[in-house]
Design a protein around this ligand. Structure first.
Ligand code: FUB
Length: 350
């Protein structure tokens, strides 16, 4: 993931125009997965730090070590940091890079789902369990069996089933799992092992979780995204194909799968009639933010919908030092989501 060239940006003007301030500014936070538990908003973000690792296209500069939980009584209100909820040193199977997490609740217990590189440098997804939405969370000794790649997002359907959506290309290693085992062959370039531009794009994955929410109940399946002709999106369709940052929400009986397009910096979505898909591409949700990455969640609170997202405005463009934000999200009368401009009329220019 290359460092942004942000020399041309007037950050004072951009921050004045931004539709949301950072929700917290005493630490850097990113990848906000928001949920409503017991009538209150809990956000499970990455905790960005500057560990001094050089920028590269595999995201080595995202060297996060722990997770904090942030809570809010309402989207406009103050945000409370509940401190360290889980640290990598307490996770036996994990070595580094605590990337985008998510959490869910079942029967009064709370489950933190998180990706990290194991001792072989392979991304896996783990679970840690707590008695409170703010942790602390006790990690399982092993990662979820047969888990791989990054960015878990857990959706609870109306029938009580829980599904995990996950995956990310380039630094997220999804392209190395095309044949069900990790392809360790060189080169380590983030774009090696990807399909060709005119081939179907790599898909995010989805798997139902077991009743205990500690393992996959099935082999992960592809989250297929179709175009308007019902053909799979192609790998070369960079403005629409899946890159990372899966999220699933349900609105008026439809399933909305949203995600980041990575190197084109959009949050997009596709809709379907089943949690497994297929999904049909439906449009953009969020235009590019400052910083290379974009990552979000969508949650309903008191009858309104909200987009939690991040940008690098507080760090004045440092791609791995991001801040979580929130804004209203509107589904129109046909169920389409209105596109959000993160800085109003202020435009990011190349
Ligand atoms: O925060 C590290 C990585 O950056 C996340 O896992 C991706 O989704 C991107 O936001």
């Amino acid at each position: 993931m290359p460092e942004d060239n942000t020399d041309h940006i007037d950050f004072d003007a951009l921050n004045r125009a931004a539709i949301s301030p950072p929700l917290v500014s005493h630490i850097y936070t990113a990848d906000p997965s928001a949920h409503v538990f017991n009538g209150k908003i809990y956000i499970y973000p990455s905790h960005d730090v500057d560990a001094g690792d050089a920028f590269d296209d595999l995201g080595s500069h995202f060297a996060m070590e722990d997770y904090h939980v942030i809570s809010m009584e309402s989207p406009g209100g103050p945000a409370t940091d509940h401190g360290v909820a889980l640290h990598v040193k307490d996770v036996p199977w994990a070595e580094r890079q605590m990337w985008a997490p998510d959490a869910h609740e079942k029967d009064g217990r709370y489950f933190l789902f998180f990706p990290a590189k194991d001792h072989e440098g392979i991304f896996r997804i783990g679970v840690a369990v707590g008695e409170s939405p703010t942790g602390p969370f006790i990690p399982q000794p092993q990662a979820i069996k047969n888990s791989f790649s990054i960015d878990p997002a857990v959706f609870k359907d109306d029938d009580g089933s829980y599904y995990m959506y996950f995956g990310g290309i380039w630094g997220g290693q999804l392209q190395r799992w095309r044949n069900r085992t990790f392809n360790a062959s060189q080169p380590e370039s983030p774009t090696a092992h990807l399909p060709k531009e005119d081939e179907p794009a790599l898909c995010a994955k989805v798997a139902k979780l077991t009743d205990e929410l500690l393992e996959f109940a099935e082999r992960p399946r592809d989250v297929l995204i179709l175009d308007e002709k019902e053909d799979p999106l192609l790998q070369g369709d960079n403005e629409r194909r899946f890159f990372e940052a899966s999220w699933l929400h349900k609105y008026n009986g439809k399933y909305y799968f949203s995600y980041s397009t990575g190197d084109t910096h959009f949050i997009c979505y596709a809709t379907g009639d089943d949690p497994y898909g297929p999904f049909t591409y439906a449009g953009k949700i969020l235009n590019p933010v400052v910083g290379w990455t974009s990552h979000h969640s969508i949650v309903e609170f008191n009858g309104e919908w909200y987009l939690f997202y991040h940008d690098s405005s507080l760090s004045r463009g440092v791609t791995h030092l991001r801040s979580i934000k929130v804004t209203r999200l509107v589904h129109d009368e046909n169920g389409f989501i209105q596109v959000i401009e993160p800085y109003g009329k202020f435009r990011l220019q190349e």
